[in-house]
Design a protein around this ligand. Structure first.
Ligand code: GLY
Length: 422
């Protein structure tokens, strides 16, 4: 098979690597890819939203199927576009991707299908939103969410009414998030640990992956601003059989909802969970693999990813048995100092050749190759993953490898996986 992966981050590097483990795969292309991906697959210089050129590439190279990594092309309808041309593509349709691309739609979906989630009100008029907040307690925490896609910057946890009103003004009047903040949600704040559940679904049946845990804040002990993710581990010990069963009830309701709404969903469903006491509540849906959860979860997969994708595309997911290694996996993100705010790029990455551990994987997120050397090219630069039969050992091993790598202004969290032992 010849496959095309659309995207350019650590998640896509992990997906390319997993596909290349298959004896059925002859070649993997990645559009646009990155420096690290170019070492295992062939980068194709086409942007993720340039559907015409992607289709032309797929046709001329006789690609068997395309796998879409990020949410933006899904929300723009890449799946519908490819399908109209008779091409196979893994991911939800534009309508189905609204579960991620419109927070208001996803909340309405949850209400309709009796899926537990925080209470909310949605607003399309700034004065209505500000008036609503007048009636909220002055010092109560309140969550404000932009309705549209905002590259991880659309959720604010506000410290009371005044803070919430400022955020509403910034989103709806000042348009700090562009069109993404035209409509908003004001949501009840829930304080609890979070879990990420990635699910394969063909729109009729589903198969859950081991629960993982993301680390969104930039600094240790969950301090500093939110990022795209500073590391992840899987499986999470918080995900007991009891909690997994409760989340499975939720996944079942989502898939039944997808069926009832006649949505074309053949891809990955990401169910972001927050524990409200003993009950899992849905924080958000994403319509694709999470990043960096994927870099922790996929190394545990013990079934050919190509077979899984084909069974999803043929709507025969229920006919395949998906196995997972009985191991733990920890991924630590190495980022440019200053990220998620401003940062410098172009620094040489040194020491990668010293990572010789067979259970270690280096996933490139933002790298280029210049004069034959890897250089930094983004906020998140690398994700290093280690696996082991023991979580403590996986953590020790990953940090041993992290310390072998260096680039100027490099920053990482030192506590990925620590919450397993709390
Ligand atoms: N890790 C969260 C996300 O992929 O959106």
């Amino acid at each position: 098979m010849k496959l095309l992966v659309v995207g350019s981050g650590g998640r896509e590097h992990a997906v390319c690597q997993q596909f290349l483990k298959s004896s059925k795969v002859e070649k993997v292309y990645c559009a646009p890819g990155n420096g690290g991906i170019s070492q295992i697959a062939k980068n194709v210089d086409i942007a993720v939203s340039d559907f015409d050129r992607l289709v032309a590439f797929v046709k001329s190279n006789k690609i068997d199927f395309t796998f879409v990594g990020p949410e933006v092309p899904l929300s723009l309808g890449i799946v519908d576009y490819f399908q109209k041309q008779g091409l196979k593509i893994f991911g939800p349709s534009k309508d189905a991707a609204r579960l991620e691309s419109s927070k208001i739609y996803s909340k309405e979906f949850m209400q309709k299908y009796d899926i537990p989630t925080a209470q909310y009100n949605s607003f399309s008029n700034v004065n209505d939103a500000l008036k609503f907040l007048e009636n909220c307690k002055e010092d109560k925490r309140i969550v404000i969410k932009a309705d549209g896609l905002a590259a991880g910057k659309g959720v604010y946890i506000c410290n009371g009414r005044k803070d919430a009103q400022d955020v509403v003004n910034q989103m709806m009047n000042d348009k700090v998030l562009g069109d993404a903040g035209t409509n908003i949600i004001v949501e009840e704040y829930i304080n609890g640990p979070e879990l990420s559940y990635l699910v394969f679904t063909d729109g009729v049946s589903y198969s859950m992956m081991p629960a993982s845990r993301d680390h969104k804040r930039v600094d240790d002990n969950d301090q500093g601003p939110n990022t795209g993710g500073m590391g992840a581990y899987a499986p999470s010990p918080l995900a007991t059989v009891e909690i997994n069963n409760k989340v499975e009830d939720i996944v079942c309701k989502v898939v039944n909802g997808i069926k009832s709404e006649k949505l074309d969903y053949k891809g990955i469903l990401y169910v972001g969970i927050i524990m409200n006491g003993f009950l899992p509540y849905v924080l958000e849906f994403n319509c694709r693999f999470g990043d960096p959860e994927t870099q922790a979860v996929l190394p545990l997969l013990d079934t050919d990813l190509t077979d899984i994708c084909v069974s999803v595309l043929d709507q025969k997911l229920s006919s395949i048995k998906i196995n997972w290694k009985k191991e733990f996996s920890v991924c630590v993100a190495l980022v440019s100092g200053g990220y998620p705010r401003s940062f410098k790029k172009g620094f040489e990455i040194k020491g990668l050749e010293n990572i010789d551990d067979k259970d270690a994987m280096v996933f490139h997120a933002g790298t280029n190759i210049e004069n034959g050397k890897f250089v930094t090219a983004g906020g998140r630069v690398l994700g290093i993953t280690s696996t082991s039969k023991d979580m403590k050992n996986a953590i020790d091993k990953v940090y041993l490898n992290v310390r072998k790598v260096y680039f100027e202004n490099m920053h990482y969290r030192h506590d990925i996986g620590k919450s397993c032992f709390e």
